[in-house]
Design a protein around this ligand. Structure first.
Ligand code: SAM
Ligand code: SF4
Length: 341
């Protein structure tokens, strides 16, 4: 039985699964701390547990699954999980978000296992700037990963760039040009005050309209694409036919259409990126709940959903970072790398 829509009439269609909270990078806007405490190994869901939960979600209407993290390619055996998910008829769309450092090695096996779409995070094309942002000198590996993804022919390849004031806003045109050569869609994301973005301030956000102005100034006129629908990115086509996306999560949030929820690597299910509580599905699983019971619980929780975290944040006057390090230490799941971006 498919889940009823939530309190705001939104259907549950998309599930983002963080397969690990570990990451090999330390992007300043995501993982600000020098020292990290990781989720305990025994708490991390096994592939079998993830698949059981996916079955329960699919029974409630989920059709699209995105694997994320932390860095998902650090999870040992990920290709096996991809293969198992790709062979489930209920999973109509299977995608992965990665920082790209390991992608050159894994692009072919992932494609062969049935992964349809890949998004690679790429905030700069300049080695020293990329290293400063991610705190590791890995740009060459990331570029090799993007090339490998292009060469194996995923159904779609996207590049995500978080645009930060006075950091990488001057690279928008270069990234569009690079994306064109990689047969990829460049997507520019407004800096969000989520999880580990402890240094966030409105001054650091390069807004949708500023991104569009820059695109028009450097790449020529833009034609608005089809309606955004439930997708976060607004699409625009340039005169040469290349398509770019803008994700205005901070200044023009799209909570009203949000069909997504998120599962942490240790089985906590969140109805919104800004959600403070979450449901402990791992406990239910390990206490012996069968798929029907899990699925019923998921459907009931979804029906009560009222979350529209990004819209609520818009109402805050003198808005600043959502959390500081001390709060992140108290609850590891507040962080974006644990929750899965
Ligand atoms: N490690 C993988 C990666 O970097 O693609 C997957 C996990 S990462 C948390 C997923 C996405 O969240 C990345 O594209 C990253 O740029 C984005 N992200 C993290 N913190 C963000 C923030 N404060 N504002 C906007 N996007 C953010
Ligand atoms: Fe960067 Fe992704 Fe790792 Fe966060 S999870 S530090 S965005 S690579």
């Amino acid at each position: 039985m498919k889940a009823q829509p939530d309190e705001l009439g939104r259907h549950m269609r998309s599930l983002r699964i963080s397969v690990t909270d570990r990451c090999d990078l330390r992007c300043a806007y995501c993982m600000p701390s020098k020292v990290y405490q990781w989720l305990p190994k025994r708490a991390i869901l096994s592939f079998e547990e993830i698949l059981r939960l996916v079955d329960a979600f699919v029974a409630q209407g989920v059709q699209r699954v995105r694997l994320t993290g932390g860095e998902p390619l650090l999870r040992r055996g990920l290709v096996d999980l991809v293969q198992a998910l790709a062979s489930r008829p209920g999973v109509k769309d299977l995608a992965l978000t990665t920082n790209g450092t390991q992608l050159a090695r894994w692009a072919r096996p992932l494609r062969d296992a049935g992964l349809a779409r890949v998004t690679v995070s790429l905030d700069s094309l300049r080695p020293s700037r990329h290293a400063a942002l991610t705190r590791r000198a890995v740009l060459e590996d990331v570029i090799a990963g993007i090339r490998a993804a292009r060469d194996v022919g995923f159904e779609q390849l996207k590049l995500n760039t978080v645009v930060l004031r006075d950091v990488n806003e001057d690279e928008i045109a270069d990234i569009v040009d690079f994306a064109g050569r990689m047969n990829a869609q460049a997507r520019f994301i407004e800096y969000m005050d989520v999880g580990g973005a402890t240094g966030w301030s409105t001054e650091h956000v390069v807004t949708r309209s500023e991104i569009l102005q820059q695109l028009e100034a450097n790449c020529g006129p833009l034609i608005s694409g089809e309606e955004r629908g439930v997708a976060p990115a607004e699409l625009f086509t340039m005169t040469d036919g290349q398509c770019v996306g803008v994700i205005a999560s901070t200044t023009q949030p799209f909570c009203r259409d949000c069909d997504r929820s998120r599962l942490t690597a240790d089985g906590r299910w969140y109805l919104c990126l800004y959600d403070g509580n979450g449901t402990d599905l791992r406990k239910m699983l390990r206490d012996g709940a069968d798929t029907t019971k899990l699925s019923t619980c998921i459907g009931e929780e979804w029906r009560k959903r009222q979350n529209r975290g990004a819209e609520e944040r818009l109402k805050v006057s003198d808005r600043s970072a959502l959390y500081q390090i001390e709060e992140l230490r108290r609850d590891l799941r507040l962080e974006m790398h644990t929750r899965g971006g």
